[in-house]
Structure formats: C-alpha cells, structure tokens
Design a protein around this ligand. Structure first.
Ligand SMILES: CC(C)(COP(=O)(O)OP(=O)(O)OC[C@H]1O[C@@H](n2cnc3c(N)ncnc32)[C@H](O)[C@@H]1OP(=O)(O)O)[C@@H](O)C(=O)NCCC(=O)NCCS
Length: 177
C-alpha cells in the first residue's frame, strides 16, 4: 500500500469528517463534544486555504484518507504572527503505521517554507502517542496547564510542546544570523 501526503481538497472532506468525529466522540485529543458535518469541515478547509495555511491529507492509491494535519495562527494578536499551532490526526484503524510521522514531517516543512518561527502543539497531557510523535521531531515540553479542560467527566491537563524552526535573529528578516 502506497501512502502519500498532499494538500486536501473537497474530495477529502468525508474522510476528514470521519476522523474528526471519531476524535470528538471517543478521544480526548479534541476537547469538543459535538460532531460536525461535511459543510463544517469544508468551511474550515476553505478558511485555512484562504489565508495560505496548509491542510494536508495522507491518502492511499484509492484516495482513502488515512490522516490529516493542519496549522493556524497560535494567537490572534500581531506579535504572534510567526507562531502557529497545529494538529495531526490518523484514522483509528491506521495508528502506528507511520502516517502521523509523514504528516507532521510535511507540516513542519510547510511551516518553514512560510517563514514561521515556532510551532506549538497543545496536547492532552496523557496522550503519550502524540507526545512521543512530537518528541521524535525535536518538540520540547514548554509547560503544563493543570485541569484547564474537561471531557468524559474528568479534568484534563494541557501539555504544550514547541519546536523552534530556525535561528534567525531578525523576526521579520529572512537572513540567517
Ligand atoms: C498521535 C497520532 C497522530 C500518532 O499517529 P500515528 O500515525 O499512529 O503515528 P506513527 O505511526 O507515525 O508513530 C509516530 C511515533 O509516535 C509514537 N507512538 C505512536 N503510537 C504510539 C503509542 N500507542 N504509544 C506510544 N508511542 C506511540 C512513537 O514514538 C512513534 O514513533 P516510532 O514508530 O518511531 O516509535 C495518532 O495516534 C492519533 O491520531 N491519535 C488521535 C488523535 C491525536 O491524539 N492527535 C494529536 C492531537 S495533538
């Protein structure tokens, strides 16, 4: 089976919805409790693409969506413009096959290409698979917020991990030091 990573299109929406809704209903990866429909994810896809941010999918030869990943601005204020927050999801039937690795690798490249300086991951603190995936790429723990979330009747801690993408000294310049 060949998996490749590419930009998402309308044809991937049903696959993205399936993965998203499974995460909503069965995991603490997303702290939402309401499933969404295709129109919701299409609007999200178009919003991301409209501002030039990637939504990537990992697909097989037949176009089945094995996972997806994306990033958006971390915080809305101007000073945060070089920092993005991302998410990566693999279909529940295809965990542990390297799909998350492929997606995160491609996403980091896109962030670099766009001149971003830092990527932030906000991960439920007990989500060992996601933390290990990020550590594989050099993400470092940057703090843990205790009991800031809730799902399934319990408190959730949020772990922040960050990756600094380049070593430029001038935030708005493009030259390396
Ligand atoms: C986290 C997630 C994206 C990982 O995707 P994946 O396709 O299963 O990951 P990969 O097969 O590429 O594995 C990458 C690394 O993650 C770690 N990992 C994956 N599954 C793991 C598990 N069950 N336990 C511990 N580490 C695990 C390993 O370090 C692995 O690297 P290795 O194979 O070199 O040892 C996937 O489990 C997922 O979609 N989970 C639900 C959604 C989620 O939590 N998303 C992240 C929100 S921030």
């Amino acid at each position: 089976m060949q998996i490749h990573v590419r930009d998402a299109g309308r044809e991937d929406i049903d696959g993205i919805v399936e993965i998203y809704n499974d995460a909503v209903s069965n995991t603490t990866a997303i702290w939402n409790e309401i499933e969404v429909d295709a129109a919701n994810r299409l609007a999200w896809l178009e919003d991301r693409q409209c501002v030039g941010y990637p939504v990537l999918v990992a697909v097989d030869e037949e176009g089945a969506v094995f996972g997806y990943a994306s990033f958006g601005d971390w915080r809305a204020w101007d000073g945060y413009r070089h920092t993005v927050e991302h998410s990566v999801y693999t279909h529940k039937d295809h965990h542990g096959l390297g799909v998350g690795t492929r997606l995160l690798s491609a996403l980091i490249e896109r962030a670099r290409h766009l001149g971003k300086h830092v990527m932030v991951a906000g991960i439920e603190a007990e989500n060992i698979a996601s933390i290990k995936l990020h550590q594989k790429f050099g993400f470092e723990h940057a703090g843990r917020l205790k009991e800031v979330g809730t799902k399934f009747g319990k408190w959730l801690d949020l772990a922040f991990l960050q990756l600094v993408l380049d070593s430029r000294k001038d935030p708005d310049g493009c030259k390396a030091p």
